[in-house]
Design a protein around this ligand. Structure first.
Ligand code: ADP
Length: 251
């Protein structure tokens, strides 16, 4: 986050650079079960972000010394493709991807019923194909749907989005320009009941602004939860109505 640049006008007639209202999410598209070889998967678009999540497991842990006797371990790998940003990103893990992997795993772990699968591992891979600020929240949303798609027992879904502050105004789901030149950015993840599993903050809010931004982000999470739910219901309703394959046996 850079210092607020007063020369940049973030609003025109009350609307943002991409014509959104301050409390409006970017357009969202979610599709479950997009990868044939993963146990569960999801593709999500949140504005300019394009992210894919793949879930494998529960399966045997390698290396074995990582096994937990009473529960499954959860591994989460967030990776940004080198072509996902304007200037080619150096491939491979870095400090940022390690941090995002850690906080994203911690955002999802509380709802996964890991005690059902002792000595095993649930692997979550998140690949950012195109980035436009908010990739960690897009990744968490996709991972949550992919976990459900893999049939992993969970107490609930997790939904995530950020609230920020630009030009002294609070905004929901900041895009790249707002994130780069704004005054604050606060990604949040929560259960549908409002239990928060991730809350990070970059920049500064007053106490009142913090409360309002949190309320705004929680409203965004509730909207995203409805879309995640619809996506999963849509996929399984479709499977139910699909006719059985007719197999012809040759003599
Ligand atoms: P998030 O994507 O979760 O908002 P950050 O706040 O760290 O995480 O990043 C904001 C945005 O900055 C990213 O979505 C991406 O568009 C851009 N960005 C992050 N890292 C890089 C990088 N190494 N090179 C170019 N752009 C980057």
């Amino acid at each position: 986050m850079e210092e607020c640049n007063d020369n940049i006008s973030f609003f025109k007639e009350g609307l943002r650079l991409d014509s959104r209202r301050p409390d409006e999410l970017r357009p969202i598209k979610i599709e479950a079960g997009v990868l044939a070889r993963a146990d569960g998967s999801c593709y999500i678009e949140m504005g300019g972000n394009k992210v894919i999540a793949a879930v494998y497991g529960p399966r045997e842990v390698h290396p074995r010394h990582l096994q937990e006797v009473t529960r499954a371990i959860v591994r989460y790998r967030y990776n940004m493709a080198s072509f996902s940003v304007e200037e080619r990103k150096r491939p491979g893990p870095d400090r940022r991807s390690h941090e995002i992997s850690k906080v994203s795993r911690e955002a999802l772990e509380p709802v996964i019923l890991t005690s059902y699968f002792p000595r095993s591992v649930i692997d979550v891979f998140v690949e950012v194909l195109q980035a436009d600020a908010g990739t960690r929240t897009a990744g968490i949303n996709a991972a949550s749907v992919a976990l459900a798609d893999a049939g992993i027992p969970m107490k609930s879904m997790i939904s995530a989005c950020a609230a920020g502050k630009v030009g002294d105004t609070l905004v929901l789901d900041p895009m790249k320009e707002e994130d780069n030149f704004g005054q604050a950015d606060m990604p949040v993840a929560m259960t549908p009941n409002g239990d928060i599993t991730l809350l990070q903050m970059d920049g500064r809010f007053t106490k009142d602004e913090f409360s309002q931004a949190l309320e705004m982000a929680m409203k965004g999470c509730r909207e995203i939860y409805e879309l995640q739910r619809k996506c999963l219901i849509g996929k399984y309703a479709q499977l139910e109505t699909e006719p059985f394959l007719e197999v012809q046996v040759c003599d």
